[in-house]
Design a protein around this ligand. Structure first.
Ligand SMILES: [Mg+2]
Length: 162
């Protein structure tokens, strides 16, 4: 089960990337950066260990809306948060496929609260997958021991002297 989560920060402004990066590194996340939607799409395709994406909307090459639509087609369960100054994001984010949105200018505490909330849900999902798997492994084990026990029960018959 994963303890350290990985966030992809997508923004065409270097300063925003830097500031967000610092924030998330300080909070114990692994951080990856992309400068536009195309890079974000490439990274999400190649790196399956990314858990969550902070996605700017207005960017060159491919914007955040198109990138999110494309990424969601490949990885529907990857959490993507729109982080943008666009006023219509409230109406657009669901249709685009974003899981949530956060309006710029970014207040660090507010954004972190949102990201942390999404990650704790993710942790819960991971934990339930982990325990379900562990449960089935236990069932396999008990079956193994049952068979082993059967086999052992046969052995004493060899040693009886009647
Ligand atoms: Mg931008």
């Amino acid at each position: 089960m994963k303890i350290k989560h990985k966030i992809l920060i997508v923004d065409d402004e270097a300063l925003t990337r830097e500031r967000l990066g610092d924030l998330f590194i300080k909070r114990g996340l692994d951080v990856v950066f992309a400068c536009n939607g195309k890079e974000a799409l490439d990274i999400c395709t190649a790196d399956q260990t990314i858990d969550i994406v902070s996605m700017d909307c207005n960017m060159p090459v491919i914007d955040g809306y198109k990138a999110t639509k494309k990424i969601k087609k490949i990885r529907p369960n990857l959490i993507i948060i729109a982080v943008t100054g666009n006023k219509d994001i409230e109406k657009r984010y669901k249709k685009t496929g974003f899981d949530d949105y956060f309006k710029k200018p970014v207040t660090w505490d507010g954004l972190w609260a949102l990201i942390k909330d999404k990650l704790s849900n993710l942790w819960f999902i991971n934990a339930s997958v982990f325990f379900t798997e562990a449960f089935f492994i236990m069932i396999d084990f008990s079956e193994f021991f049952r068979k082993l026990n059967e086999a052992i029960l046969i052995i004493p018959n060899i040693w009886t002297f009647d």
